[in-house]
Design a protein around this ligand. Structure first.
Ligand code: AHG
Ligand code: MN
Ligand code: MN
Length: 342
């Protein structure tokens, strides 16, 4: 009878129990995370019936990054804003789908937290039923007073995050989060409409056997990276090579698989895009916080993602993230400190 979970621990209960460990906790972060979970349930509902209602396809617009905007991108963006802008816990928000800061509407209490998010990650996969996700990052405001939050409140180093997480809309809907005390995964039970603890204290394997990268960009890669991928493809039983290549094209799906199984995800800079494609503030920083809390590593090939001083809201960074052993070896090749054995 071990299929009956030992404890029906809901996300809300887990957050409260986690916060109770900190006497100074005011419960505001719990409320904020619970509001996010509600938004995730609504988005999940739409994602799971996207094929049935007119929410697929393109809006015909392009976002500030020049990407074609999908209806579900906009839908998720609006759901998150409407779910989060009146809870009284935020002073400002920022989204991949909005160039400027998103302020709290007049008349609503202004709180002490900052929320940055990628409302829908993996947009290119929406219309073909491949897992997609939402990624979020939470900071405490830095600016003084109780007025609207500022750009300074948003442009904080990843190491300043107080919480981060993602929702993956896949074969099941899962919410994975950290507040700096480990990584916890909750699976949505649609029957009761609750996120229930399914992955207690996730730890990433120190070394994996999977690598994830878009090999279509091979011609634009630097030599060090080309050598590293060649290294992973070589036959060497002792070091578990060759690795398997797995690339879904949704960062959240590729990251989540490697978090559970071990391995490395790379979106490097290349001759076409020197800073790669992924955004620092609402893709790389939150996942870097999570992977480090699970015992993993995240760098741009040279420095820790969480140490990068942000300059712009939508700035991009190369990303090497996953099992610490694998990220370390990738860095050695990328930095030219390691070569293929001849
Ligand atoms: P988004 O849909 O939020 O723009 O993110 C898409 C990202 C990320 O999810 C994925 O890892 C990457 O785009 C895939 O890019 P390529 O198609 O260039 O490999
Ligand atoms: Mn994304
Ligand atoms: Mn997106």
């Amino acid at each position: 009878m071990d299929h009956i979970p030992k404890r029906f621990l809901t996300l809300e209960r887990h957050i409260i129990e986690n916060e109770r460990k900190f006497p100074e906790a005011t419960g505001e972060l719990s409320d904020l995370l619970s509001d996010l979970a509600l938004a995730a349930k609504i988005i999940s509902l739409e994602v799971n019936k996207a094929g049935l209602v007119d929410i697929l396809g393109f809006t015909g617009e392009k976002n500030i990054h020049g990407d074609e905007v999908k209806k579900l991108d906009v839908f998720a963006h609006e759901i998150l804003i409407n779910a989060m802008n009146h809870g009284g816990h935020l002073c400002v928000m920022a989204s991949e789908e909005e160039e400027n800061l998103i302020h709290i509407p007049k008349g609503n209490k202004i709180g002490k937290y900052v929320l940055l998010f990628d409302p829908l990650d993996g947009s290119s996969n929406i219309d073909v039923n491949i897992s997609i996700g939402t990624i979020f990052s939470i900071y405490r405001r830095k600016s003084k007073g109780n007025g609207p939050g500022t750009m300074e409140d948003c442009l904080q180093k990843g190491s300043e995050q107080v919480a981060a997480g993602y929702i993956i809309y896949g074969s099941s809907t899962m919410l994975v989060y950290t507040t700096g005390n480990g990584v916890y995964g909750f699976t949505l039970d649609p029957a009761v409409g609750e996120f229930l603890l399914s992955h207690d204290n996730i730890r990433i394997p120190t070394k994996g056997k999977i690598y994830s990268i878009n090999e279509g960009n091979y011609l634009y890669w630097d030599d060090g990276l080309k050598k590293y991928i060649k290294y992973l493809q070589q036959n060497d039983k002792e070091t578990g090579r060759p690795y398997s290549a797995r690339y879904v094209g949704s960062l959240v799906a590729d990251f989540h698989r490697n978090l559970i199984y071990g391995g490395i995800f790379m979106y490097p800079g290349d001759k076409k895009n020197p800073n790669g494609k992924l955004r620092l503030m609402y893709e790389c920083n939150p996942l870097a916080f999570i992977v480090e809390q699970a015992g993993g590593k995240a760098s741009d090939g040279y420095q820790r993602i969480l140490d990068i001083e942000p300059k712009e809201l939508h700035q991009k960074t190369p990303l090497f993230i996953g099992s610490p052993h694998d990220v370390r070896i990738a860095e050695e090749f990328v930095q030219g400190k390691r070569d293929l054995e001849t």
